[in-house]
Design a protein around this ligand. Structure first.
Ligand code: HEC
Ligand code: HEC
Ligand code: HEC
Ligand code: HEC
Ligand code: HEC
Ligand code: HEC
Ligand code: HEC
Length: 372
């Protein structure tokens, strides 16, 4: 390329760059509703971030990265293979078969049999895993069967999927699980996938980016990758604490989605919905309070320093311009008394994010040892 050409090219490139940065800056501030966010265009390949961002190394170990995966993966098969050991499923005459690299759930009863191919596995296994089989309805839209048996980390085994009953009620797909129509199916995928292209009512599985990956929180980044990082969508800067929490709450649930009378601190089921508790805590009066003052979304939970006191004493350091110290005179283990783990209707323990004075807690043994 001659120097003249090169200059002209650089000028054109620079102009494009300015325009794009301007456009992406404008785009960044609006929060896109969930049904829009994962149907945008301009996606980079999932693996492309690794080349330049160290975040990608640890991120691969997070629950987010694995919140959805193909059901025929080895990890999923290994768990499903154990279903035969669980009395409930055996009594129910449900078994798992592997054919041509696909996994099927089969129910037989007095000579008749019904089956469904399991296509996706939801949940990283940190808490639980639930399998889904995809069906097309007579209109061509995508429906699904949510398999009746879920694997729970805490039980190291299977039990009924949350919300499913022992009995076969209307709406069930035989003994294999609950049948969901297209809008409900779409909702599951909207929170568990990054990109979710919909083509005339059908989910286009060939283009889907499963799991909560980088671009689910940072937006489609093809331009960014194509320009070696010059064009950046500054999606998390310059937003207030309500907006910040709402972005996580798009999946972790917002208070607006619940009945007011259910939003009381004693309701144990609320612990599953961390943003609801957190936004009702007195601590949320501080404009600094967000999910990401404690959580680094690029690290697996086990690598985040969450068992110490540093998060609390950022604000509760006893100085007049900040906030009070512990009324009970405690100097460590803040989390175990003020944010304990609770178990609601399913065998999964959640951390109660409604930070408050409680009468039912005492310091835990694993708490506060290494981060003070
Ligand atoms: C070719 C290298 C390259 C690739 C590939 C790349 N980035 Fe970047 N990225 C950069 C550079 C350079 C910056 C600017 C760093 C800085 O300003 O400190 C950046 C910055 C960012 C930022 C910070 C923006 C901010 O608010 O400051 C985010 C978020 C980001 N990249 C996400 C991604 C994602 C997601 C992917 C994968 C789809 C990706 N990047 C792929 C080079 C790259
Ligand atoms: C697109 C939906 C979605 C968004 C947005 C989202 N999450 Fe999640 N998050 C999930 C799902 C699904 C899981 C369950 C992963 C699993 O199966 O273990 C999860 C799990 C987690 C976990 C526990 C597991 C782990 O180690 O990753 C934490 C902590 C978490 N999210 C925090 C956040 C924070 C903080 C934000 C905002 C910065 C956020 N999430 C935004 C869907 C989302
Ligand atoms: C509004 C967003 C949303 C929808 C809709 C949704 N999920 Fe989730 N799902 C989440 C989040 C967030 C988590 C992480 C919960 C946590 O660990 O705190 C999660 C976790 C899970 C888990 C792992 C268990 C756990 O508690 O970590 C499974 C399995 C699961 N979802 C299956 C499904 C299925 C099946 C559907 C559809 C019937 C569905 N989800 C619909 C957001 C959603
Ligand atoms: C659950 C949402 C979520 C996911 C998934 C996620 N990020 Fe982020 N990322 C954030 C948030 C929130 C911030 C802003 C953190 C802050 O301001 O403290 C951020 C900041 C960044 C930054 C700027 C870091 C800095 O110090 O300025 C980069 C680069 C980045 N992310 C890259 C990535 C890459 C690469 C991936 C995938 C491997 C990824 N992110 C996945 C939520 C996420
Ligand atoms: C004051 C600190 C703090 C803030 C703020 C915070 N968390 Fe947590 N979070 C924790 C601790 C501590 C745990 C438990 C970690 C463990 O089990 O090792 C946790 C665990 C979680 C988990 C795993 C499931 C569970 O409930 O145990 C999810 C998901 C989660 N947080 C999401 C969020 C979201 C979304 C927000 C914002 C609404 C948020 N957190 C704000 C401290 C915090
Ligand atoms: C971002 C700042 C911030 C952080 C971080 C924070 N708090 Fe608070 N907290 C506040 C504010 C503001 C109040 C309201 C009272 C006040 O103004 O002093 C409050 C109030 C409280 C109260 C009294 C609740 C009530 O109902 O009266 C308790 C208990 C508490 N915080 C414990 C904690 C613990 C434990 C942590 C760490 C897990 C923590 N806080 C982290 C800002 C914060
Ligand atoms: C052994 C359990 C326990 C531990 C550990 C603990 N607290 Fe408390 N905290 C309490 C109790 C009980 C109260 C209510 C005291 C009262 O009003 O008599 C309280 C009250 C508070 C209040 C409200 C003060 C007020 O005057 O309203 C704050 C803020 C607080 N704690 C912060 C913390 C922080 C920060 C830590 C960690 C450094 C911590 N707590 C550790 C049990 C505990």
């Amino acid at each position: 390329m001659t120097a003249k050409y090169y200059r002209r090219f650089s000028l054109a490139f620079f102009v494009c760059l300015v325009i794009s940065v301007f456009l992406s800056y404008g785009r960044a501030r609006e929060t896109l509703p969930i049904h829009v966010v994962n149907q945008r265009t301009g996606w980079a390949k999932k693996k492309s971030c690794e080349a330049c961002h160290i975040e990608a190394d640890h991120f691969a170990l997070t629950g987010h990265a694995h919140s959805m995966s193909p059901a025929n993966s080895e990890a999923s098969w290994e768990l499903l293979g154990q279903l035969a050991k669980f009395p409930g499923a055996v009594v129910d005459n449900v078994r798992i078969e592997r054919r041509d690299d696909q996994i099927y759930a089969v129910h037989t009863n007095e000579g008749t049999s019904q089956e469904i191919r399991l296509d996706w596995c939801f949940g990283s296994g940190l808490h639980a895993r639930t399998w889904l089989g995809i069906l097309g309805d007579s209109w061509g839209a995508t429906d699904q069967v949510e398999f009746r048996w879920t694997w729970y980390h805490q039980l190291e085994g299977f039990d009924l999927t949350p919300g499913q009953s022992e009995k076969n009620l209307p709406g069930y797909f035989g003994h294999l699980g609950l049948l969901y129509d297209h809008p409900k199916t779409r909702r599951c995928f909207a929170c568990h996938a990054t990109r979710l292209p919909i083509d005339e009512g059908r989910i286009d599985y060939s283009q889907i980016i499963p799991g909560v990956q980088c671009q689910r929180c940072h937006g489609p980044q093809k331009e960014h990758v194509d320009t070696d990082g010059y064009i950046i969508e500054h999606s998390w800067s310059g937003i207030d604490h309500v907006e910040s929490v709402n972005r996580c709450a798009q999946c972790h649930r917002r208070a607006e989605e619940m009945e007011n009378e259910d939003i009381v601190p004693e309701n144990k089921f609320l612990a599953r919905f961390q943003p609801i508790g957190l936004t009702h805590s007195a601590c949320f009066n501080s404009e600094k309070m967000t999910c990401i003052i404690c959580h680094d979304p690029h690290l697996p939970l086990g690598q985040q320093k969450l068992d110490g006191i540093w998060q609390c004493i950022q604000c509760h350091d006893g100085t007049p311009e900040k906030h009070g110290l512990c009324g009970a005179g405690q100097k460590k283990n803040c989390i175990s008394c003020h944010m304990p783990k609770v178990t609601g209707d399913v065998p999964v323990a959640f951390t109660d994010h409604w930070i408050r004075v409680r009468t039912d807690t005492k310091p835990g043994e694993t708490d506060g040892s290494n981060n003070e």
